[in-house]
Design a protein around this ligand. Structure first.
Ligand code: SF4
Length: 414
């Protein structure tokens, strides 16, 4: 049987009715929640932002989901989140601030539901069976003790993973400094590993307002006005990705996770109910597209197979060179990703070819192996093409990584 995902427009019926209708169409909550259930509701509050800006979950969606859950009279209900990497250490902004600014704290007070900062929660280290990259991971104890976790992501692009929906939203269950580990190891594979031990039981996507590009300006806002729901995170994320105008095959963590679950992250295997999919498909600008606008001196050639793996590592490398090195190293640089055509590759000494997909082009430039390649290796290759000093960039990057680890380490020393 196909996994079902519902799409409901909130335009005429309002947010609460749209959430109810989406959940009803997708089935799930009454089957999942019993009077003995401990339920965790997990919005995306990656940083303190007001509802409606498309960066954090709209508190009206969190409220509607909480009300639905409370009507089923479970044993306990908690709204929990751990804001993004770097929050909740001394002197920084806290998840509590994100609860307050988003309006989620008011929702919790109104409904008598407990709020919990998962960055400051007790944690347990669990083993990941047959991991891609992360064999052990620390997870907030509240998540492990919950019978049902309802993920409420907001529909957005992401610089390193192309999109952020329910699978990426699971990162909030990692306590404090553990979040950095996923970036250091390789984000897409780490997200797939994490979800194999902390997969949400149900997903309601806040697709009212989302963000495209690098979420920098108000005009990056996109307003689909939709609510999506479903029991299988891979299926909901596949539909969400398609609605944003991307192909699910471009999202590596989605593909890795679906493969692990022996599922196929493509629309043929999903039963979409409610609003017609094509009528609501939009063209979100990827973080990558915007990034390229900001680095006009860099010429990127992407074959069809180029994915968030190579894209993400390259972005990290370019940002590092720009921040810690000589940004002139980027002028006139050509980078090849994915299975580009041979005749697209210019004959220039400043050509870097990335990853397994482009290996057959290796002789046409400086090749960096891997799938994806490590961004330290990409930094070295780019600097070499320009005769620039890569060691300084990498040493500065290492210092910055260590500084961040030191600042957040105490959160794990409990
Ligand atoms: S080499 Fe791997 S990471 Fe890079 S584009 Fe191909 S599949 Fe993606």
């Amino acid at each position: 049987m196909k996994d079902r995902v519902s799409i409901v427009s909130a335009g005429e019926i309002g947010v609460e009715a749209a959430v109810r209708q989406a959940v009803e169409l997708a089935g799930g909550l009454p089957e999942l929640i019993t009077p003995r259930s401990k339920v965790l509701i997990k919005p995306n509050l990656c940083r303190p932002e007001p509802s409606g800006r498309g960066i954090t979950t709209d508190c009206r969606v969190t409220e509607a989901v909480s009300r639905l859950v409370l009507e089923l009279k479970p044993q306990s209900v908690i709204i929990g989140e751990g804001a993004g990497a770097g929050y909740d250490f001394s002197g920084s902004t806290s998840t509590e601030e994100a609860f307050r600014v988003s309006g989620t704290a008011d929702v919790a007070a109104r409904l008598g539901v407990e709020l919990r900062n998962l960055n400051r929660d007790e944690w347990e280290e669990v083993s990941v069976k047959n991991p891609y990259i992360m064999d052990r991971v620390k997870i907030a104890r509240t998540v492990l003790e919950s019978d049902v976790t309802i993920s409420i992501p907001v529909i957005k692009t992401h610089l390193r993973t192309l999109v952020t929906l329910s699978l990426k939203n699971t990162k909030g269950v990692l306590p404090g400094a553990e979040k950095r580990k996923t970036h250091a190891l390789g984000l897409d594979k780490a997200i797939a590993d994490l979800n194999s031990v902390a997969k949400p039981s149900y997903v309601v996507v806040d697709g009212l307002v989302g963000m495209q590009g690098l979420w920098t300006y108000p005009q990056d806002k996109v307003e689909p006005g939709l609510i999506l729901a479903g029991r299988e995170p891979y299926a909901v994320d596949t539909v969400g990705t398609y609605l944003m105008g991307f192909s699910p095959s471009q999202v590596m963590h989605l593909q890795y996770f679906a493969a692990r679950q022996r599922q196929k992250a493509d629309l043929e295997h999903i039963d979409v109910v409610g609003e017609p999919l094509e009528a609501h498909r939009q063209n979100f600008k990827s973080g990558w597209d915007v990034f390229r606008e900001r680095y006009p001196g860099v010429h990127i050639i992407e074959g069809k197979s180029a994915c968030s793996g190579c894209n993400g590592e390259l972005m990290g490398a370019l940002t590092a060179i720009n921040s810690y090195g000589d940004s002139r190293a980027l002028d006139g640089l050509t980078v090849i990703l994915g299975n580009a055509r041979r005749d697209e590759v210019p004959k220039t000494e400043k050509t870097v070819i990335l990853g397994k997909c482009a290996r057959y082009l290796a002789r046409l430039g400086l090749f960096v192996k891997g799938c994806p390649p490590m961004y330290d290796d990409i930094i070295r290759a780019i600097c070499r093409t320009a005769g620039a000093d890569a060691d300084t960039v990498i040493a500065s990057l290492e210092r910055e990584r260590n500084r961040r680890w030191d600042e957040t380490e105490h959160l794990l020393a409990r």
